[in-house]
Design a protein around this ligand. Structure first.
Ligand code: CA
Length: 698
């Protein structure tokens, strides 16, 4: 393969039923619909029995099992054709929206970009309060995948949110006033929080992200009432010259080599958490290695515990009970932070308490959630990095050469994964899991430069080969997966990848928003398209549903943002405005219009440069800029500027912007000391060459 590998996949991200009969508890916590806005009834008993609150959605994945299955069925396969817009709410943002709203006591709690929290009347969408954490915009430079937030937790009258700059805040649910706030990370390091917190036994659980930039992952538990740190579980070992924080870290350190701690190690807990109250086990998905390339991270190999793993922790202490590593010695940005779903399934004639995950590496895993024993693992998308998962050892059987020791090597799935953070759902009536799946690949090449750049993109992978535009867009599909048989039951093909998470209901329905700007309802058993509305902006968030005063509502946050710098912009959909859309039967509000994306006139700008300088600029751009602005300068999904279209005056400021960081306040980092003024000049003439080509076409 040539160094100028052309790739289909352009962007790299990362840049995540059991209804326990409650007896007495059920009486005490009867499903209440009073719009008190106080949320004081959400305590441990309520959370354990979230499924009994049929009309509400009180925790991120609807219940501790994170099934995203609603028992509501007013909206059903028969009636869904009459679903129409009931209300919409403008989040005043042109950045990404990824939250799953919660609904408690008639109030909807959700988040927008920059970690802003909204409380809305769930019947009307009228704003009750809004809390803006005032995140300094320079923190945007640390967000691999836009300044997104996936939602809040509600507990005993408080609303909890993690902010993109690493704070955890408790707000008064009735007023939105700040009760307490703690900084959960070293803010001098490139940590971010995008996940929704979860509350287990009076502790607020929050992790963080940043493994592409060089950080050490951990999960923290804070006292819900006071914000005091209760425990912290590091997922990878630190500097062995200092005492290990836990026996788990001493054990993990034996699986690492070299001076791994200097680049952080990774293993960030940036999305998935699930809890089994009966077993009292908290399930945690951990992220990829930092840097990706193990030759750089841990030269000589090793499993590198606890990267890319599913961990079972005791929520009271944060002690590890068991672990299962889905990708030992991760080399490909294969996170296991994808959502974990708990269910009781009959496997080979035996009722088993299982845990299900479809991590990035392309295998669908079923574990015994008491012990971590692997019950089955089969590919749910095309997989080329491993032949199979050995059922005896529980380890992947890697194909030869996949660790790219020297040559560029094509791997499937790519770093965006066979499935990414967009949550899957499980319907106990059909027995199917609905996965927002995707087919994509990546060409890995060992980066020989080894120039670790604190606070910048550090993967140990050479991106400078990605200078050619893609020949086709990678595609996605909604996959209905039978977890017992480990087989596909049906699929709906989409033109592009990076579609939204899924909701499934007792009305035999599956809802999903799509990258190409639609919100669709399918029959859960057969995948027949029963309803569709054109939204006009790409959707990546996950729908949810609730019922108030006998009316079932279905809500989705719609807004593309910059979380995937290819698909939205390239298929001509605008990112803005971000909106929350809520539907109900026989509602007939019209969808607010979306202005068409305006393409500025492109005028050619003359320059002189040699072919070699332009080629050098192409390589530098791919290595340093492409992750946000789109490799081959395709643009950033309508949010991050398509640099080819900049106003002519901008091209006079490339040195100041790229090298000196003149635009750090709007999230564009400076690259001193890694790029010299003449490097900025080379990037400039590369972009100008693309601009002039575009101008010629128009
Ligand atoms: Ca990653």
């Amino acid at each position: 393969m040539t160094r100028r590998a052309s790739l289909l996949l352009i962007s790299i991200s990362l840049c995540l039923l059991v209804a326990v009969p409650a007896g007495q508890a059920q009486k005490k916590h009867a499903p209440g619909q009073q719009a008190t806005g106080k949320a004081t009834g959400i305590d441990d008993i309520a959370l354990r029995n979230a499924d009994l609150r049929k009309g509400e959605w009180i925790t991120h994945g609807r219940n501790y099992s994170e099934t995203r299955f609603s028992p509501l069925k007013q909206v059903s396969e028969v009636t869904v054709k009459d679903l129409g817009l009931a209300w919409s709410f403008d989040t005043e943002t042109d950045r990404g929206l990824e939250a799953t709203p919660l609904v408690v006591d008639g109030v909807m709690y959700t988040t927008g970009s920059w970690s802003i929290v909204y409380a809305l009347d769930a019947r009307t969408g009228k704003q009750i309060w809004k809390w803006d954490p005032q995140v300094p915009r320079r923190f945007g430079t640390k967000a691999c995948c836009d300044v997104v937030n996936r939602g809040v937790a509600v507990y005993k009258g408080h609303v909890y949110v993690g902010t993109i700059d690493g704070r955890l805040a408790a707000l008064d649910a009735a007023t939105g006033k700040l009760v307490w706030s703690v900084v959960t990370v070293d803010q001098t390091k490139p940590y971010t929080i995008t996940a929704a917190p979860r509350v287990v036994k009076g502790k607020v659980l929050i992790g963080n992200g940043g493994a592409e930039y060089g950080v050490r992952g951990y999960l923290s538990a804070y006292d819900a009432a006071t914000g005091k740190l209760s425990w912290r579980f590091y997922t990878v070992p630190g500097d062995p010259s200092k005492p290990f924080e836990s026996p788990e870290m001493a054990k993990a350190a034996k699986t690492w080599k070299g001076e791994w701690w200097k680049m952080g190690g990774g293993g960030t807990v940036w999305d998935s958490l699930a809890y089994d109250p009966e077993l009292d086990l908290l399930y945690v998905g951990t992220g990829n290695g930092s840097p990706w390339n193990q030759q750089v991270r841990s030269p000589g190999g090793g499993d590198n515990l606890y990267l890319s793993s599913i961990l079972a922790l005791r929520p009271a202490t944060g002690r590890l009970v068991w672990h299962y590593q889905v990708t030992p010695g991760d080399q490909w940005d294969f996170t296991a932070t994808q959502h974990i779903i708990l269910a009781d399934l009959e496997i080979k004639g035996q009722k088993r308490k299982v845990l299900m995950q479809a991590p990035k590496n392309g295998f669908f895993y079923i574990l015994d959630r008491r012990t971590g024993e692997l019950l089955s693992a089969e590919p749910y998308v095309t997989v080329t990095w491993a032949k199979e998962i050995d059922k005896k050892t529980g380890r992947p059987v890697e194909n030869p050469g996949v660790r790219y020791p020297a040559e560029p090597t094509q791997i499937q799935p790519g770093p965006l994964g066979g499935h990414n953070w967009q949550p899957m759902s499980f319907n106990p009536q059909t027995g199917l899991v609905y996965i927002p799946a995707q087919e994509n690949f990546f060409v890995f090449l060992h980066d020989k430069r080894l120039d670790y750049r604190p606070g910048r993109w550090n993967t140990g992978v050479d991106f400078s080969i990605f200078t050619d535009p893609p020949t086709a867009l990678p595609t996605g599909h909604l996959l209905a997966w039978d977890p017992v048989a480990q087989k596909e039951r049906w699929r709906v093909q989409y033109p592009v990848m990076w579609n939204g998470g899924t909701l499934t209901t007792a009305g035999n329905l599956v809802f999903q928003g799509t990258a190409d700007g639609r919100f669709v309802g399918y029959s859960a058993d057969k995948g027949a398209k029963l309803w569709e509305v054109t939204i006009g902006t790409g959707v990546i968030a996950t729908p949810m549903t609730y019922e108030i005063d006998g009316v079932q509502y279905v809500s989705i946050m719609a807004g593309w943002g910059g979380s995937f710098p290819l698909t939205g912009g390239s298929i001509g959909l605008p990112a803005t405005p971000g909106r929350l859309l809520t539907f109900a039967l026989n509602s007939k509000q019209s969808l607010p219009a979306v202005a068409a994306m305006e393409m500025p006139a492109v005028t050619p700008i003359e320059f002189t440069a040699t072919k070699e300088t332009i080629a050098k600029g192409a390589g530098l751009f791919a290595q340093n800029c492409g992750v946000c602005h789109g490799l081959a300068a395709l643009g950033g999904g309508g949010v991050l500027p398509d640099l080819k279209l900049s106003a002519p005056s901008v091209f006079n400021k490339y040195r100041e912007i790229i090298v000196d960081g003149a635009r750090v306040d709007i999230g564009m980092p400076g690259f001193k000391p890694w790029l010299k003024p003449e490097d900025a000049d080379a990037i400039r003439v590369y972009i100008l060459s693309l601009r002039n080509e575009l101008a010629k076409k128009k």
